[in-house]
Design a protein around this ligand. Structure first.
Ligand SMILES: [Zn+2]
Length: 175
């Protein structure tokens, strides 16, 4: 598959990520593509649904398998703006996704930190597609969050800086 096609579909995943920003959700988006058609698209909804498993990939997989009427994504490519976590990589493994394409790496929660593959052995992986845009969106989000984060109350009134929220910009690898 030519590079520009991967970038084209990664832009669709980025559009999903931007929808998450509007909802104050961590901006991660995913699309599932089969025969050049997007059959599933989703963004992170953990806050909206009060569900820690509501990651973009999980919902995009559910949407795509629902569209296909089958539980496997063997002939599909899953595009996600940030490297999947172990949970999502496991789900991608169960779906037997043909290809996984992701943008920026996640050096704190990414599935590549885990020894052994969580993905299906036949899944072809490509990383670093539009990594700067994908990671930049996340970095910007966490920066704006820090600005509105009230200082952490401390004993004795010491001037400790606020603790940054988890998953800060330092965790994203732009390749
Ligand atoms: Zn995940």
């Amino acid at each position: 598959m030519p590079e520009n096609k991967d970038e084209h579909f990664m832009r669709a995943a980025l559009e999903e990520a931007m929808k998450a920003v509007d909802k104050q959700e961590v901006p991660i988006g995913a699309v599932v593509v089969c025969n050049d058609i997007i059959i599933g698209r989703a963004h992170n909804l953990t806050e909206t649904l009060n569900d820690p498993t509501a990651h973009a990939e999980m919902q995009a997989i559910t949407a795509a398998t629902g569209w296909l009427g089958g539980k496997y994504l063997i002939d599909c490519t899953v595009y996600v703006t940030i490297e999947p976590c172990a949970m999502c990589a496991g789900a991608l493994g169960w779906s037997q996704a043909g290809r996984l394409v992701y943008g920026a790496g996640d050096i704190k929660k990414g599935y590549t930190l885990i020894n052994g593959s969580l993905l299906h052995p036949k899944t072809v992986v490509k990383s670093g597609v539009l990594a700067r845009e994908c990671g930049g969106l996340l970095t910007k989000f966490f920066k704006s969050k820090r600005k509105i984060t009230p200082p952490v109350p401390t004993k004795g009134g010491s001037d400790m800086p606020p603790v940054p929220p988890e998953g800060g910009s330092e965790d994203i690898k732009l390749f």
